[in-house]
Every structure is written in structure tokens, then in C-alpha cells.
Design a protein around this ligand. Structure first.
Ligand code: AMP
Length: 282
């Protein structure tokens, strides 16, 4: 097993990747904000299958947090993250300081268009611009062959695919399936914020998605099921149900009828924690 190399500057990142490129190795990038769990590690596992060298990044990106969000309290655990990556035989960890990514005077940001104004974008203005800016930087800094993102953040995955396509960034973007707890709750670094009682209710979000999927399969009244599922979430203690909706799997626009691949997506708050989840509807 190789020792995990940690770099903190773009020049060290590029130097290490050049060494591997000179040997003919292919590179996979796995961007994360740390507080690693099995969901992140599944991306690393997929990366290892698809490329000779795996580079994980750890950066809590200030540009994707609104002033009222949890940037300062977001869980940070580089030491244990690093150990987990080492155990997975990851080759490289890029863990830059904010000033390395956004040096004094940095002002460019990416504007995505309508895909980033709906769903999460509607409820978290500026979020996708922040994500697209940092991900584009990470891709251009490392120029991997592939970069892997989780379907857990399905709209984010679609936004990144679009940005890469629109800006001709020469990297293949791959999606990886959502890793869940045994009771269905999608793994998320923010699950750590849930109280014990909230944690017991949290899988009801996944349940709501599945209830909607079942209604579609059984040709039941979908609008009615969406209403019932929202009521069920409210009964379980969810508040601020931002959306529970069926969308086209690529454009994420509302669908009139379900003919092609669709996605059921939901976002709601449980206590002070905002949870998102989604499932495929094939
Ligand atoms: P984050 O650290 O939350 O920014 O997530 C880093 C990457 O891990 C993103 O591509 C996420 O979509 C992905 N990810 C987060 N949770 C999961 C999960 N439960 N299953 C699969 N991928 C995930």
C-alpha cells in the first residue's frame, strides 16, 4: 500500500500529478468537503476501479455557504479523514487553505443558467455558482481523466456535468449511487447534526420518495400521493418542505407525463438540519 501524500498548494498538486502523468498513469479526482463517511469512500472505491491514481480533495468551500448557513460549524476532521483515505489506499489528498483557492482579489465566479435557479438553487441562492466555481477550479488545477460525484446531490451532479460541457473542461464526470444507512437514510456529513429523536424520523424522507415512486408504478393519482407524502413528512416532524417533486432526470424540469427517465427529489428540514434526497424513476 502506498503512503497517502498530502499537498496543500496548487503547484504541489500539479507537480505530483505530472510525475504520475509522465509514468502514463490515469487520474481520478474525488472532491469532498471532508467529514468523510461511507458515501465519500464509495466514490474513492469507484475511482480506484476506474483510474491508476486517485486524488481526493478536502475543502470546505466558503463560496457555497450563504451567510445564514453552517460554514463555521460544518464538521471538520482532517486527521480522521486522512486516516480513512490512507486505509482506502488513496494516492493523494489535496487539502488547501481557503487563501490557496481564493487568494486576495479573487472575484471570478461561474453563472450556470436556469438549471441552477430551480429546486436547490431556488432555496439556496448562489449555492450552485459557489459549487461550480470551486469544482471548475479543482478540475483545472488537477486536470484528471475523470471526476466522481455522488447522486446523493443529484442536481449538483447535473450542474457539474453542464458546466464541464459548456466550458469544454476535458474531464469525464461520473455519478455514483447514493449510499444509505440500513434504515434508508442517505449518508450525509450533516446527519451528525440530528438529535436521536430526529435521527429516528429522518428515514421518512426516503420513505416519501419511495411512496411516490410506488404510486407512479401503480398508476395511482400522483398529485394526491405527493400531497399525502408531504402530510406524512409533516406528521414525522419535518418542516420547511421545500420540494417533493418528480422531474426530468436531466433537465430537472417538471414533467407533464412520465415517459422518459425521471427523478423524484425532496428537500426538507428536520429540526435545524436541512436534508435532501432523491431516487431514480425509470
Ligand atoms: P460533500 O463532502 O458533502 O461535498 O460530498 C462530496 C461528494 O460525496 C459529493 O459528490 C457528494 O454527492 C458525495 N456524497 C455525499 N453523500 C453521499 C452518499 N450518501 N452516497 C454517495 N455519495 C455521496
Amino acid at each position: 500500500m502506498n503512503k497517502l501524500i498530502t499537498v496543500r498548494t496548487v503547484s504541489d498538486l500539479r507537480a505530483q500529478i505530472s510525475v504520475w502523468r509522465a509514468q502514463g498513469d490515469s487520474i481520478a479526482l474525488v472532491p469532498t468537503m471532508g467529514a468523510l463517511h461511507e458515501g465519500h469512500l464509495s466514490l474513492v472505491r469507484m475511482a480506484k476501479q476506474k483510474a491508476d491514481r486517485v486524488c481526493a480533495t478536502l475543502f470546505v468551500n466558503p463560496k457555497q455557504f450563504a451567510p445564514n448557513e453552517d460554514f463555521s460549524t460544518y464538521p471538520r476532521s482532517e486527521e480522521s479523514d486522512s486516516k480513512q483515505l490512507q486505509k482506502m489506499d488513496t494516492d493523494l489528498l489535496f487539502a488547501p487553505a481557503p487563501s490557496e483557492i481564493y487568494p486576495e482579489g479573487h472575484s471570478t465566479s461561474i453563472s450556470i443558467g436556469p438549471l441552477a435557479d430551480i429546486l436547490e438553487g431556488e432555496h439556496r441562492p448562489g449555492f450552485f455558482s459557489g459549487v461550480a466555481t470551486v469544482v471548475s477550479k479543482l478540475l483545472l488545477q488537477s486536470l484528471p481523466d475523470i471526476a466522481i460525484f455522488g447522486e446523493k446531490d443529484y442536481q449538483q451532479l447535473q450542474v457539474i456535468k453542464k458546466v464541464v460541457r459548456d466550458l469544454d473542461i476535458p474531464v469525464s464526470i461520473l455519478g455514483a449511487p447514493t449510499v444509505r444507512e440500513d434504515d434508508g437514510l442517505a449518508l450525509s456529513s450533516r446527519n451528525a447534526y440530528l438529535s436521536e429523536a430526529e435521527r429516528r424520523q429522518a428515514p421518512k424522507l426516503y420513505q416519501a420518495l419511495n411512496d411516490v415512486a410506488l404510486a407512479v408504478k401503480q398508476n395511482a393519482d400522483i398529485e394526491r400521493q405527493l400531497e399525502v407524502s408531504v402530510e406524512n413528512l409533516e406528521k414525522a416532524g419535518f418542516t420547511d418542505i421545500d420540494y417533493l417533486t418528480i422531474r426530468d432526470a436531466q433537465s430537472l424540469l417538471p414533467v407533464r407525463s412520465i415517459t422518459g427517465p425521471c427523478r423524484i427529489l425532496a428537500a426538507a428540514k428536520l429540526g435545524s438540519t436541512r436534508l435532501i434526497d432523491n431516487i431514480a424513476l425509470d
